[in-house]
Design a protein around this ligand. Structure first.
Ligand code: ZN
Length: 664
């Protein structure tokens, strides 16, 4: 379910003459991805990609606004400076302001896209105020009747005061997660009020419950709690109308009647805002098999500490037919994997339905998939749809390929792996095993297992995401070492899997820590999940020295002494994690996540940060999109669509802000 993100650890790969790297700033590197195979699509498919790609950009502002009510005013003010400021562009303050703007673009707001804490500007409040005041007020995003001073009075504390809107998603225990989270999903109410509102709705038990709260902002006005629905005619109407406009064009060039129905169902949902329409769309989408495919909507709920609200995202893609043979092998054996997993029989699916898996080529990223993007996606998220209709699972190989190519020769492997033999394992098999682990995570992991009757999907509350990700990762880790992989032709031999084990354990115990600031603990669910698995295995394997943290020249390394026993440990943990999930065992979910997945070893963290800093690698990466241009014939008809890869980062962001900005 949900998305899988790239770990901090990347292996190296073959080089070639395409510039993957666009630019680097702060803790970020902007890359480019290619769209191999686009030229070979039919003209109709190209048009379909084009229209869906347009729809993918139109919702960009929605995400900015969802992630903080002042994000758009801040972005637009910064853009006005960037495009119009006549003062000294070589001053350190100015340069730092540009970096800040680039980070705001990257995060779709003023909070770190991953850590969710506020990005603190490296320029002074006085400088910012002065620069804003030097601009012609007509360039600024002033609301009706708003003065420059009142704009500044609104955004300056939000930008500069570390105590205002400090965190976008606060998952800290014992605090009001709504009041302390800066996202814009709730207004003027407490966590209790929000939870009561949705508990009340959920009371009528339905075998096909809608995803309550997914497409609305919850507000309290005059003592009454109500939803402002994101739909045509509702909140974000103008942006949604644009999305609908392009979707309707896309429907006309759909590859099949089935796909046309999918697009029409989504349009219907955007018009009505009715969550039953969303489920209907999701079911049609899940079973559609057209080559060109897309996600467009309010999908993932990671941005809401209560897990109700869907962040707007889009991704347009088409199937990589050759590489999909791999995932087809996996999904056609899904029942075998389910039957043979180390999970208790009570928690297994008797019949694994419709695990549809494919390798895709991303053609356009939007909203919450842009510029930082997942490398795998498994949807829909509604559990009952997954049970009754299956799910669609994808590995995005042109993205993993770009990561891999961009990382070649960056010194990472040499710095963090114990010996040459680990480095060689990574070089030889790392790309293959990493993709395979993603396939297993998405195609099988999230699709496996079942909930005990009566257990609700949200029973694990704030620990649900980390447990769910752990379940999927463990499923992949357990099976990647299975002889079945070689038998099915997915791995070349019985030791290639070790590359994934060394990568996963090193990432979970050491290298993913480069993504968080000194003194922080882990909050993001995928990071919690990885450390949970790695620390648990380290501890449980200690009596037999299965895995150890070994020192050499003052540096810590992960050494796996017994790969077979490590696999057994992964199997044991998978069984326990599945039990927790199936039974909705909140107490144990909380205990296992808090014990292994949250706290960070300070000394180790500092050491890893220092070593990583020397390598000068950006811990986070994102992508600029390609540009699609229409070629028309003499009669003005579309004759072809050309893809190009030359647009820069700021150039693209400014173009999107200028041409695709529909939230005010
Ligand atoms: Zn996942």
């Amino acid at each position: 379910m949900g998305t899988i993100l790239m770990g901090a650890c990347q292996s190296s790969g073959e080089g070639e003459n395409f510039s993957y790297s666009v630019e680097k700033f702060a803790d970020l590197e902007i890359l480019r991805y290619r769209v191999p195979g686009f030229e070979q699509l039919t003209l109709q498919q190209k048009k379909l990609v084009y229209y869906l790609a347009q729809a993918a950009i139109e919702g960009r502002d929605v995400l900015f606004d969802q992630q903080g009510q002042h994000n758009l005013a801040i972005r637009r003010t910064l853009e006005a400076i960037y495009c119009n400021y006549a003062g000294d562009a070589t001053a350190a303050d100015y340069k730092n302001l540009v970096v800040y703007l680039k980070r705001v673009w990257f995060s779709s707001g003023i909070h770190h896209h991953y850590a969710t804490d506020k990005l603190m500007p490296d320029f002074s409040q006085a400088y910012f105020t002065e620069v804003v005041k030097s601009l012609d007020p007509s360039l600024l995003p002033l609301r009706d009747g708003q003065t420059v001073d009142s704009l500044l009075a609104t955004i300056v504390p939000v930008m500069f005061d570390p105590n205002v809107d400090a965190k976008r998603v606060n998952l800290a225990e014992g605090q009001d997660m709504i009041a302390t989270s800066a996202n814009n999903f709730y207004s003027n109410l407490t966590q209790n009020e929000a939870e009561n509102f949705y508990n009340q709705l959920k009371k009528t038990a339905s075998p096909t419950p809608v995803s309550y709260g997914l497409n609305s902002r919850l507000v309290k006005k005059d003592g009454k709690v109500a939803e402002e629905v994101w739909r045509v005619g509702g909140l974000y109407s103008e942006a949604i109308e644009k999305i609908v406009y392009w979707l309707e064009k896309a429907a006309l060039v759909a590859e099949s009647e089935g796909q046309k129905k999918v697009i029409e169902a989504l349009v219907k949902f955007y018009r009505t805002g009715n969550l039953e329409d969303f489920d209907e769309y999701s079911i049609l989408w899940t079973t559609d098999t057209a080559r060109v495919d897309f996600i467009n909507g309010f999908i993932e709920t990671y941005g809401d500490p209560l897990g109700f609200k869907g962040s707007w995202e889009s991704m347009v893609n088409f199937k990589d037919v050759e590489a999909t043979k791999r995932t087809e092998i996996i999904s056609s054996n899904a029942q075998w994997f389910e039957d043979n997993s180390p999970v208790d029989k009570r928690f297994k699916k008797e019949e694994v339905k419709g695990v549809s898996a494919k390798v895709i080529t991303a053609a356009m990223l939007g909203g919450d998939c842009y510029p930082a993007t997942p490398i795998g996606i498994n949807l829909p998220n509604a559990n009952w749809i997954r049970t009754l209709h299956g799910s669609k699972s994808v590995t995005i190989e042109n993205i993993t390929d770009a990561y891999d190519k961009a990382a070649q020769g960056n010194g990472f492997a040499r710095e963090f792996y114990w010996s040459q033999s680990e480095v060689e394992l990574m070089n030889t098999y790392g790309f293959t095993t990493s993709n395979l682990h993603t396939d297993l995570h998405e195609c099988l992991g999230h699709g496996s297992g079942k909930l005990t009757p009566g257990v609700s999907q949200g029973a694990l509350k704030a620990y649900g995401s980390a447990v769910e990700e752990a379940r999927a990762d463990l499923f992949g880790l357990y099976y990647i070492a299975d002889p079945k992989m070689v038998e099915l032709g997915l791995l070349p031999n019985d030791h290639a899997y070790k590359a994934e084990y060394i990568k996963f354990m090193t990432n979970g115990l050491l290298t993913q820590l480069v993504r968080i600031a000194p003194g922080s603990s882990l909050e993001e669910s995928h990071m919690r999940n990885r450390q949970l698995i790695a620390r648990w295995a380290l501890e449980k394997g200690a009596p037999e020295n299965v895995v150890e943290l070994k020192k050499k020249n003052g540096k810590t390394y992960v050494v796996i002494n017994d790969y077979g026993k490590l696999r057994t440990l992964f199997g044991l943990l998978l069984a326990e994690i599945q039990r927790i999930r199936s039974e909705g065992d909140y107490a144990n979910a909380r205990s296992i996540v808090e014990t292994y997945g949250v706290k960070v070893d300070t000394d180790l963290h500092n050491e890893v940060l220092a070593r990583y800093k020397k390598l000068d690698i950006a811990p986070y990466k994102g992508f600029v999109n390609p540009v699609y241009d229409i070629v028309t014939d003499e009669s003005g008809e579309i004759a072809d669509i050309k893809v190009s890869y030359t647009e820069g980062y700021a150039e693209q962001m400014l173009r999107y802000s200028k041409d695709h900005s529909w939230v005010y």
